[in-house]
Ligand binder design. Structure first.
Ligand SMILES: [Zn+2]
Length: 1108
């Protein structure tokens, strides 16, 4: 720990540190309109003035004489006593040793009007306080109920105060998933005479897709229909006028009308034109023929199990073997894909039911709109779903109930999530030198759930019930309702999310942290130069360094930067502002890594700009004709870590790396790729690191607040599972650009790099999740490290990272109190400020399982399943992992069937409304490359996907596992809206259509071979399908509405996702089409994954086995 000397040698004046003291939070509060804490890092810093004054020659080693600290910093440093970080979670000791920074007046007691305005989410809120209060107290369910017209349809909404006694099949809550009778074709399939496959409803208004709600409204699927049940007549024949070709040239010939082709599985046209009935996408569908009479009951339950009439190929009855995935079997019946729950329908219904009204968080246990719905959140005492989203908003009161239903009690927490511009970022609260107000016993932070008693002199903790004295400076009188008079003046009393300024007691070693540093570490071996990476990167860094994260209105970033290049050896650069030219110091003794220079390694960008630019000019030249192909990797991380240690700051390493590190060095790896292990018990080793060197290194990095971001540019196996480990455990991100060529992939890489460098990030973080008595957080999933069972340690956490938490009962819950969750994230901001971000969420509790099933969120459930499974593959065969997911899901659905659904025949599959997409989404998870790889997927790609998914939030997992497929030919060029998505199945594609598919990582435009020439011309600037160049990665810039609209769609989609998606053009029947089809998740996959229809039937069988 003899770092003092090193630190002092970095003791040049730190502008960011000064800025820290002067940083005025008042700006935000007085502005009335909230502005981002992490305001836009807009534009180059203006104040650059290269410091010309040369100083004495630098010594290249750590023996350099330390320069003295500026007096102010030194004085402060001495004021802090030693106080370990471990004390943080146990509550800091009160101390008045620290110097206070200017205290914001905004939240001081007093409740003057100006004070309210200073923190209020918006001025208008201030004028509606009585309304807010009223809404919170009396309007709970109604204010969030779907619009009247659809009150009994759509996802269950808020918990009602009266639902505790709701009958399990209460009419107003259970909703009917109606068979889209109107959409069923009347044509009976005949051999050689395919039925007209109806337009599946994507452009049909949601209301017509859905039958009017009926009294019971249970979701059900009937299997199979009795012979002779009459088919409903088709409501959709040829396209209705204006229905299918919005904004399209009227001259367009009918699309999708083409004859069946023997070798091409035809697609059901989206346009409603007569098409070819899809061939059986899979052969695995079976239904139980023994109870045919119990099958099709077009009753209130809303059945979606419509069967297609017998077809020649579907002969034999269900045999009872679990052959849901791939065995070709003859069949008697085939489930109509249009009659099973449609993700698109659910998404669109939620948009129309819940997208128009703001989601106010004042009511406990409300299920938020889906992540696919665009909605505004009003924080009224619970955290926004953008910060916390739960799988269940109504928890079972007892662990027995929880075990019975098997619904995981889980929350996906994204503490630093980016909010849309129209939502206020969390306010910063300063409780002065005593620090945040906390419960004496459990250390929960002051929040809206704390109950003030004895006239306001004490408060009772909502988490542990302990009573704590209110400190004199925090005292406030209560009003006649028992609320503090300053309730609305204090974010911590009235909002779900806010931040506290942390005192020195919350700082490592009781020292106010230095601003963080970014170190760029660039592989300069042969491959990295040859691909154009080094040149591209160095050129980009010259401007990118102007966009380092800045605090609020700060003029420049406080983050210092440093540079290292490496192959078999490491090169450090002195870029001190006083130098005329950068100086390189080579470290070839990589067995025991040290940093050869201290002063001049980490610098302020503006001060050292000339030297930095000179360095970035020179690097590509210096290594331009290198023949060195070997690299090291472990020493690179060690070097960055040592540099941060020496500078006594947290930070992030940006490592740009191209090859498997084969050179002799700590952390050297060997090529151990072996695809033969797939589907064996040893498959798990492919996901495990091949040496524990990196696990140990990761621990040290976390302890030092050293986050590692890894940009990989491999041309062959690089062992992502091992190289990515430190990244994974330090809260970093991995990016992978296989076969990188600057020309073709530069755009994607540079966009990712920009976003990664600029994004909101907290360093040296610890996250703790507290809960009220009865449940506790037992498991955590994400990119972090845990050295005990409660503290999630993150060297850094950025705005894109989510942590999934599982809760278990440790006692009984009760319906009156509900259950409370408080997530506290302690972190260092980009200017070196120590803060606590607090998120609170209160949930309902139930004694009836039906209440739980009414208040679930399948997307969040899937997020949890993904993370559970992706961790599971580290220690289990993938087959076991898949079976575990299926079993748990079947139990969830069987429990519903047994306890909540009205009695009906075993031949019916009845799904809870909130979970009717569980089978289709679960199937997507099971078919993903991690759990069921196709032949062409590399081991590295699987490890990469696994690592990406483990820190995804709900919106990301949602689209990643069930991609968005948009019919481009139906876009309305006069509207800002996207066309309504269609289901991910080949039979939904029209040969006459163009489609855009994205999943957050991949972006395709698929072009049908019969696409109208006008449209091809408008978009691709060529005359025919054959002339389209599928190698293009950007659409031509054409001055017509179709080109503009499509390019704007691509831009908007890219902007919505954390990673840049390279565009791929796929022409129908082209070689590349196999890649595209990989994402048609409702179809059977090349790797043997089941089609949706088949999997649903398999799930039904599993459920029936559990019930019998
Ligand atoms: Zn407590």
């Amino acid at each position: 720990m003899n770092q003092q000397g090193h630190m002092e040698s970095y003791g040049q004046p730190q502008p960011g540190y000064q800025g820290y003291q002067q940083f005025a939070y008042n700006n935000q509060h007085t502005a009335g309109v909230p502005t981002s804490q992490y305001g836009p890092y807009n534009g180059p810093v203006q104040g650059y003035e290269p410091t010309a004054a040369p100083q004495g020659p630098l010594r290249p080693t750590s023996g350099a004489p330390p320069t003295s600290l500026p007096p102010s910093t030194a004085a402060q440093s001495t004021a802090y006593n030693q106080y370990g970080q471990g004390d943080i979670q146990n509550g800091p000791a009160m101390t008045d040793q620290m110097q206070r920074f200017p205290v914001s007046q905004s939240y001081m007691p007093g409740g003057q009007p100006i004070a309210y305005q200073q923190y209020a989410p918006s001025p208008s809120n201030a004028q509606h306080l009585p309304n807010q209060m009223a809404a919170m107290q009396i309007s709970g369910s109604t204010s969030n109920a779907p619009p009247p017209v659809s009150q009994s349809y759509g996802p269950p909404t808020s918990h009602r105060q009266t639902t505790a006694s709701f009958p399990p099949t209460g009419p107003a809550v259970y909703t009917q998933y109606s068979t889209p009778l109107q959409n069923i074709s009347s044509s009976i399939p005949q051999a050689g005479n395919p039925p007209q496959h109806p337009f599946p409803g994507q452009t049909v208004p949601a209301s017509t897709y859905t039958s009017p709600p009926t009294s019971t409204g249970l979701t059900g699927m009937n299997l199979p229909p009795p012979p002779g049940v009459s088919r409903p007549t088709a409501m959709h024949g040829p396209p209705l006028p204006g229905q299918s070709q919005t904004g399209f040239p009227p001259s367009q010939p009918p699309t999708g009308h083409y004859p069946p082709q023997p070798n091409h599985r035809p697609a059901a046209p989206q346009t409603g034109m007569p098409g070819v009935v899809p061939g059986p996408p899979t052969q695995g569908f079976q239904v139980h023929p023994t109870q045919p009479s119990q099958g099709f009951i077009p009753q209130q339950n809303g059945s979606f199990g419509q069967m297609r009439a017998p077809q020649p190929n579907y002969a034999a009855p269900y045999t009872g073997t679990p052959s849901y995935s791939s065995q070709p079997q003859s069949q008697q019946k085939r489930l109509d894909p249009d009659s099973i729950p449609s993700p698109i329908q659910v998404i669109e219904d939620d948009k129309s039911n819940r997208g128009s009204e703001p989601f106010s968080t004042g009511v406990r246990g409300q299920v938020p709109p889906l992540v696919t719905t665009d909605f505004v959140v009003k924080d009224q005492g619970n955290s926004s779903p953008r910060f916390i989203r739960c799988a269940a908003y109504n928890l079972p009161c007892t662990s027995d109930m929880a075990k019975q239903c098997q619904v995981p009690l889980t929350a996906v927490i994204k503490p630093l999530a980016t909010l849309p511009a129209d939502e206020a970022p969390p306010y910063i609260v300063d409780h002065g030198e005593t620090g945040p107000i906390r419960c004496n016993r459990c250390k929960a932070y002051m929040c809206p759930y704390m109950q003030f008693i004895e006239g306001g002199r004490r408060f009772q903790c909502a988490f542990c019930s302990c009573v704590t004295e209110v400190l004199p400076h925090y005292f406030q009188h209560l009003d006649h309702t028992g609320k503090r008079m300053d309730y609305y003046d204090r974010p911590e009393l009235s909002l779900g999310s806010y931040e506290f300024l942390a005192t020195v007691d919350y700082c490592k070693n009781n020292k106010i942290p230095n601003p963080p540093a970014f170190i760029f570490m660039i592989d300069v071996s042969y491959n990295a130069l040859k691909s154009g990476l080094v040149h591209l990167l160095c050129e980009e860094l010259k401007t990118l360094l102007d966009y380092l994260p800045r605090e609020g209105n700060a003029e420049e970033s406080a983050i210092r930067v440093g540079f290292v290049t490496y192959n078999k050896v490491l090169h450090f650069y002195n870029v001190k502002s006083s130098l005329a030219q950068p100086q390189m110091m080579v470290v070839s003794d990589i067995a025991d890594m040290f940093v050869p220079l201290l002063d001049g390694f980490l610098v302020n960008v503006n001060e050292s700009r000339a030297v930095i630019n000179s360095l970035l000019e020179q690097i590509p030249e210096m290594f331009g004709d290198t023949r060195e192909t070997e690299t090291v990797f472990g020493p690179v991380i060690q070097a960055g870590l040592e540099a941060l240690k020496a500078a006594e700051c947290a930070g992030k390493l940006f490592i740009f790396h191209s090859t498997l590190p084969l050179a002799e060095a700590p952390g050297k790896l060997k090529n151990r790729d072996d695809k033969k292990l797939i589907n064996t018990d040893k498959e798990k080793v492919l996901f495990q690191p091949q040496t524990n060197f990196y696990s140990n290194l990761a621990k040290e990095c976390v302890a030092r607040g050293c986050c590692v971001d890894l940009f990989l540019f491999p041309n062959q196996y690089v062992d992502v599972a091992t190289l990515g480990l430190v990244t994974y455990q330090t809260g970093g991100s991995v990016y992978k650009y296989t076969y990188f060529q600057a020309q073709a992939d530069g755009e994607r890489f540079l966009n990712d790099l920009h976003r990664d460098v600029r994004k909101v990030i907290g360093f040296d973080s610890v996250m703790r999740v507290r809960t009220s008595t009865g449940i506790r957080a037992t498991d955590f999933f994400g990119s972090f490290y845990m050295s005990n069972t409660t503290d999630v340690e993150l060297a850094a956490l950025d705005c894109d990272k989510a942590i999934t938490v599982e809760f278990k009962h440790d006692d009984k819950l009760n319906e009156d109190n509900g259950a409370q969750i408080q997530c506290a994230l302690l972190y260092t901001s980009c200017s070196g400020q120590r803060r606590l971000r607090i998120h609170n969420l209160s949930l309902n509790c139930c004694t009836q399982l039906a209440d739980l099933y009414r208040n679930c969120e399948t997307d969040t459930l899937i997020n949890y399943f993904v993370k559970l499974a992706y961790r599971g593959v580290l220690s289990n065969p993938t087959k076991t992992v898949r079976e575990t997911l299926i079993n748990q899901s079947a139990q969830i659905l069987a429990c519903y069937r047994k306890n909540c659904a009205s009695p009906s025949s075993a031949g019916q599959l009845i799904l809870p409304e909130c979970m009717k997409l569980l089978p289709v989404y679960l199937n997507c998870v099971l078919k993903n490359d991690v759990l069921q790889p196709s032949a062409e997927v590399s081991t590295d790609d699987r490890a990469y996907t696994r690592q990406l998914a483990i820190s995804m939030d709900v919106a990301e997992t949602s689209v990643f596992f069930y991609p968005r497929l948009l019919p481009v030919h139906k876009m309305d060029v006069d509207s800002d809206d996207f066309p309504v998505a269609i289901r991910c199945s080949e039979e939904r594609l029209s040969k006459g259509g163009i489609y855009l598919l994205e999943n957050g990582l991949n972006l395709f435009i698929w072009v049908g071979m019969n696409t109208q020439h006008d449209l091809i011309q408008s978009i691709f600037n060529v005359q025919s399908f054959g002339q389209i160049d599928s190698a293009m990665s950007a659409l031509p810039l054409l001055d017509n509405p179709y080109s503009k609209k499509l390019r704007s769609m691509v831009d908007m989609i890219r902007a919505q996702r954390p990673r840049f998606m390279k565009l791929m053009i796929v022409k129908q029947d082209d070689k590349m089409e196999v890649l595209f089809k990989h994402f048609l998740m409702e179809d059977k996959s090349a790797s043997g994954g089941a089609s949706y229809v088949d999997f649903l039937c398999h799930m039904h069988k599993e459920i029936r086995q559990l019930l019998s």
